[in-house]
Design a protein around this ligand. Structure first.
Ligand SMILES: N[C@@H](CCC(=O)N[C@@H](CS)C(=O)NCC(=O)O)C(=O)O
Length: 338
């Protein structure tokens, strides 16, 4: 996989190519109607940006309204593929590669910004609708209200949006994308700058979470989901593979307890797949891990240790309720004798 860096050796994220939205009341071009059974969410369980949409789909109870496709964690030269499915094809879309949806939508320039997850595809036509991950989670939370489960939480409450946006902005640059900037830096200077900004922000978040259970307000919001998916990967991947190693997440105080609290909340830990996460990063980024060896550790059981964050007050879902426990594993498990 080639990694885009600029002249200073800093990683440059390419951004989404398809920014259409799926909304309750479409107005004009680029807006598609919310409709149950019409769309398919394509994720990799390895990907932190896709993981956000998986958590929100589950918290909102949108499983019956929006179907789910899970890619193989290992991309090949044509990127994400449906190699986990029978005959290597997604059973609904009939595709072997996610790029087929990108090209169906835009045969000329569809692959210009790469083929990324999360992506939403229209089932009947196979057209890529959007790969705009920050908008996808907001829209699943707000625009799909009619099809959400009773008790679905409000993840982006109107009165808190400015504060959530502000927290998200710093978390995006220094943490979510910061770990990539640290790991993909191609000069010492670019690496040190990203590393410094990352740990300065984690220190700030750690202090913020000393006396409050969640990042903004008294309940889980979009801000917690965005931070969680990076924290979940921190010790397993970013600490070693991306050289984010001033300390482990497990060596923080409040931040580690906060991450465990979320992990133990339905919708969070049950959507974390450490196997896909570790195999994806260590086997795909051959530029920084040429042997493709996947580390065995760390032991994940620490995520289940008590966190005592209830003592800070707050309630995870506000006036809402937790989602039902998962009926089965997120993905088909390999046969036991493998
Ligand atoms: N590309 C998206 C973010 C999503 C993303 O980077 N997903 C990764 C997986 S973690 C991916 O699919 N990368 C493949 C690629 O961009 O070609 C963006 O920056 O707007």
């Amino acid at each position: 996989m080639s990694i885009p860096t600029d002249a200073s050796g800093s990683f440059r994220r390419r951004g989404p190519h398809f920014t259409d939205r799926i909304v309750a009341e479409p107005e004009g071009d680029g807006q598609w109607p919310v409709e149950p059974g019409r769309y398919r969410l394509v994720v990799s369980l390895a990907c932190p940006w896709a993981h956000r949409s998986l958590i929100v789909r589950r918290l909102m109870g949108l499983e019956d309204a929006l179907s789910l496709a899970i890619t193989d964690p290992i991309q090949d030269e044509r990127s994400w593929r449906f190699a986990l499915d029978e005959d290597g094809r997604d059973p609904v879309l009939g595709y072997r590669y996610l790029e087929e949806a990108y090209l169906a939508r835009d045969p000329e320039n569809g692959l210009e910004n790469g083929v990324s997850v999360p992506a939403i595809v229209e089932e009947s036509t196979g057209l890529l609708v959007t790969n705009d991950y920050p908008q996808i989670t907001i829209d699943l939370g707000v625009e799909w209200a009619k099809y959400q489960r009773p008790g679905a939480p409000t993840l982006y409450p109107e009165g808190l949006r400015d504060e959530i946006d502000e927290v998200n902005e710093g978390v995006f640059h220094d943490v979510n994308n910061g770990v990539y900037k640290t790991g993909f830096a191609s000069t010492q200077n670019a690496y040190e700058n990203a590393y410094t900004a990352l740990f300065a922000r984690l220190d700030e978040l750690d202090a913020r979470l000393e006396n409050q259970r969640y990042l903004v307000g008294d309940h889980i919001t979009e801000a917690d989901i965005r931070l969680f998916t990076t924290l979940a990967r921190f010790d397993a991947v970013y600490h070693g593979h991306f050289k984010c190693n001033r300390q482990k997440l497990a060596e923080f105080g409040a931040l580690w307890a906060y991450a465990r609290d979320l992990y133990q909340t339905p919708g969070f830990g049950d959507t974390v797949d450490f196997d896909h996460i570790k195999r994806h990063y260590h086997q795909v980024h051959t530029g920084i891990n040429p042997t493709q060896i996947v580390p065995l550790g760390p032991e994940p059981s620490a995520w289940l240790e008590p966190h005592h964050r209830e003592e800070l007050g707050g309630s995870p879902f506000g006036d809402g309720t937790p989602p039902e426990p998962l009926a089965g594993p997120l993905r088909p498990l390999p046969p036991l004798d493998m």
